[in-house]
Design a protein around this ligand. Structure first.
Ligand code: MF3
Ligand code: CO
Length: 249
C-alpha cells in the first residue's frame, strides 16, 4: 500500500530532505583528489549530528556507515574506507537522515578534478534522466511514466539502466511502496496521487546493465567493469506538480 502524506507530514519530510541536501552540498566542497572516502563519511555523520538528525543508512540491514561512497565502476552501496580519491575518478555520494520521524534520501555523482569526456557525459545523462523522471511525477500520471522517461533518456544516449536496484516511496520508513524501477512502460503501473513522496534514483551503466555484489555483501559493481553513475532526489507529488524536497531552499 502506498502511504499518502498530509501537508504537515510533507513539511517534515521537506525538513529532513533539506538536511540531506545541505550535507551533500558540504561534501561537494570536500571532494578533491587526496581525500579518503572515510573522511567524507565522518563529515556527513558530524553535520547530521549537529542538526539533530540521525543518519538513516547506519544500521539499516546492518550497513555500518552513514554514507555510501561509490567510486567509478561501483554502482551503489560502496562502503567508506581508507581509499584515497584520485583525479579522474567519479564518485557517487548517497546520504539519508531521519528527523522528526521522517526520512530524507538523495544522491549525487561528482567528478574528481578533470575527468574524461566519457565520464562527464555519463554523469550528465544520468542527472538528466532523473529530472525527466521527476517531470512525470504528477497526479494522474502512472508510475510507468516515470520509469519510461528515465529509461528513454538513458538508452537514447547509449547507456543502460540497472535492473536489480530501484527507487522507492519514502516517509516514516526509508523504503516504502511503491518500488520505482528505472525502466518500464508509459501508462502502466499504479496511478500517481497528490501526497505521495518518492525517491527517484536512476543508476546508469556505461556498458551492460548487469551488476554483481562484492564479497563484502554491500558493494554493487558493474559486471563488465564499466563506469556507473547515480543521482537521487526525494520528491513530493503536490496539486501543483512535483516538488523536489532534497534541495537546499
Ligand atoms: N539511497 C539508497 C536507498 O535508498 C541507500 C540505501 S543504503 C543502505 O536504498 F545502507 F541503507 F542500505
Ligand atoms: Co534511495
Amino acid at each position: 500500500m502506498v502511504i499518502l502524506k498530509l501537508p504537515d507530514e510533507i513539511e517534515k519530510a521537506r525538513t529532513s530532505n533539506r538536511i540531506v541536501a545541505e550535507v551533500l552540498n558540504r561534501l561537494r566542497e570536500k571532494v578533491k583528489p587526496g581525500v579518503r572516502t572515510r573522511e567524507l563519511d565522518k563529515l556527513a555523520a558530524e553535520i547530521a549530528d549537529k542538526k539533530g538528525a540521525k543518519p538513516a543508512f547506519k544500521g539499516y540491514n546492518g550497513y555500518p556507515y552513514a554514507l555510501c561512497v561509490s567510486v567509478n565502476e561501483v554502482v551503489v552501496h560502496g562502503m567508506p574506507s581508507e581509499r584515497i580519491l584520485e583525479e579522474g575518478d567519479i564518485v557517487g555520494l548517497d546520504f539519508g537522515v531521519c528527523y522528526q520521524g521522517f526520512f530524507g534520501d538523495a544522491a549525487i555523482t561528482l567528478p574528481l578534478g578533470r575527468v574524461t569526456q566519457k565520464a562527464s557525459r555519463l554523469m550528465q545523462v544520468t542527472e538528466q534522466s532523473l529530472y525527466a523522471g521527476i517531470e512525470q511525477a504528477k497526479a494522474g500520471n502512472r508510475l510507468g511514466d516515470i520509469s519510461a522517461a528515465v529509461q528513454d533518456i538513458v538508452e537514447a544516449a547509449g547507456y543502460s539502466v540497472v535492473r536489480d536496484f530501484v527507487g522507492h516511496g519514502i516517509g516514516k520508513s526509508l523504503h516504502e511502496e511503491p518500488q520505482i524501477p528505472n525502466f518500464g512502460k508509459k501508462g502502466r503501473g499504479i496511478e500517481l496521487k497528490s501526497g505521495m513522496i518518492l525517491a527517484i534514483e536512476p543508476m546508469v551503466n556505461e556498458g551492460n546493465y548487469k551488476v554483481e555484489i562484492l564479497p563484502d555483501g554491500w558493494t554493487v559493481v558493474t559486471k563488465d567493469g564499466s563506469l556507473s553513475a547515480h543521482f537521487e532526489h526525494s520528491i513530493a507529488i503536490t496539486d501543483n506538480g512535483p516538488e523536489i524536497l532534497s534541495k537546499k531552499n
